[in-house]
Design a protein around this ligand. Structure first.
Ligand code: FAD
Length: 406
């Protein structure tokens, strides 16, 4: 017995060379792997019963893990240029090389990349496997309540234990989605440590609008161009498949505008949308087209004149407008809110990047405290950009977290 106890004691990691990662999501798993590869002894604390639960629901269960088309505006926040040094150090190519090495080959759709398996869970499984192969300790059902410094070490307190390490990486994620564990506790931990948090708001989600007979159009999917207006001024435009719902509007083009709409709405600005259901025509061309059709098909009713051009349910809503053809090219909606955190894929806002080193992701307030992933005030466009941010920031935080203490 004594012999065994001695052995156990011998195996316990030296906290002076240990990195504690809070959160076993995309950023946390990547941080742990990279820190362990540098030679640190690493522990992940995850309050769910397993790691990577959010990874498993990404991309409709297929995980859009990155995007070949990287562009500056894909990353947003109070200080969007913050991402540049992180991507310089761990790029899309580095990410793809890493995933290939652990067994994930990708397939591409218009630049959007997915694991070949078509299964998001293979990404989290292989990441965890890699972490375990590097002897990362993964402690699940461990809810981190408090993080503090004492006697030159970081103390990370859970319900039943206090872990000690020389460096801590906070990778708690955001409070978006109904995935268990997305409770926003990372913001509280960061604030307790003196960090400013830009108020988190839901992003990449549907927008509620003042009702214009939405029960009729609910369920329709149709192509269109959508413009966001803030205080009457056009700000951004997106095109693609729109989903018309009982509360308003959704679909990827709406997701792309939503972070701006929600933030403007929270600032009490007037937020509107304009939809063009015929982005390929000018209004004039459309009117000529319908006039000709009326000539050739005098037997067609007003509804029938639009049949074949738009889904029936949408025609019904348009015909209730004073000028249906004008409305088809310029359908105005007033935004009254969003579908909320539970339906959101990510949050805008988070730990203020101005208090974080843009090269190492170390806190400017505390030595050997690092941040990674969505907890930071960076949110990406829909299309694999949020996971790319999680992979790159996780890798950088892991590398520097370990370098500081080895
Ligand atoms: C439905 C849906 C689909 C999405 N699809 C895509 C997509 O296809 N492509 C894309 O790029 N992005 C997508 N995203 C966004 C992407 O999943 C996130 O941006 C990404 O997972 C963020 O990584 P993270 O590690 O920062 O946070 P998370 O992955 O959320 O990980 C944080 C982890 O920390 C744990 N945790 C939090 N607080 C504590 C605590 N106090 N103690 C212990 N553990 C804690 C959580 O349980 C969680 O496991 C999607 C999101 C959703 C909800």
């Amino acid at each position: 017995m004594q012999e065994q106890a001695k052995k156990k004691k011998k195996q316990a990691p030296d906290p002076r060379h240990s990195v504690i990662v809070v959160g076993g999501g995309a950023a946390g798993l990547m941080a742990a792997v990279q820190a362990a590869q540098q030679g640190a002894s690493v522990t992940i604390l995850e309050h769910n019963e397993k790691t990577g639960r959010k990874i498993c629901v990404t991309g409709n269960g297929r995980c859009n893990l990155t995007n070949l088309n990287q562009y500056k505006e894909a990353y947003r926040g109070e200080e969007p240029e913050f991402v540049s040094e992180i991507f310089r150090q761990f790029s899309v190519k580095d990410t793809l090389d890493f995933f290939e090495q652990i067994g994930i080959l990708t397939v591409e759709k218009k630049g959007w990349l997915y694991p070949r398996s078509g299964q998001a869970k293979s990404v989290s499984e292989l990441l965890e496997l890699k972490a375990r192969s590097l002897k990362v300790k993964i402690k699940t059902r461990e809810h981190v309540k408090k993080v503090f410094q004492k006697d030159g070490l970081w103390h990370v307190q859970t319900e039943g234990w206090t872990y000690q390490g020389a460096a801590v990486i906070l990778a708690n994620g955001s409070k978006a989605s109904a995935v268990p564990g997305s409770d926003g506790s990372g913001y509280v931990i960061a604030e307790t440590l003196g960090h400013q948090v830009i108020p988190p708001l839901p992003a990449l989600l549907g927008l509620k609008c003042r009702d214009k007979g939405f029960s009729s159009w609910s369920g329709v999917r149709t192509e269109g161009r959508i413009t966001l207006l803030i205080d009457g001024v056009a700000q951004k435009e997106e095109e693609g498949e729109l989903q018309l719902t009982e509360y308003g509007i959704s679909g990827i083009p709406v997701f792309q505008l939503s972070r701006y709409a929600v933030r403007a709405f929270s600032q009490k600005k007037k937020v509107g949308l304009k939809i063009n259901f015929f982005p390929e025509y000018t209004e004039e061309t459309l009117r000529t087209l319908i006039a000709n059709r009326r000539k050739f098909c005098p037997y067609q009713t007003e509804t029938e004149l639009l049949t074949g051009l738009l889904p029936d349910k949408l025609i019904k809503v348009l015909l209730k407008q004073k000028d249906p053809l004008g409305a088809a090219c310029d359908f105005e909606l007033e935004v009254t809110g969003s579908t909320g955190f539970e339906q959101a894929q990510v949050c805008s806002g988070g730990v203020d990047t101005r208090e974080v080193d843009p090269v190492t992701l170390e806190s400017r307030l505390h030595k050997r405290l690092f941040f990674a992933g969505e907890l930071l005030d960076i949110d990406g466009a829909c299309g694999g950009y949020n996971l790319q941010w999680a992979w790159s920031s996780g890798a950088v935080a892991g590398i520097y977290g370990a370098k500081e203490i080895i």
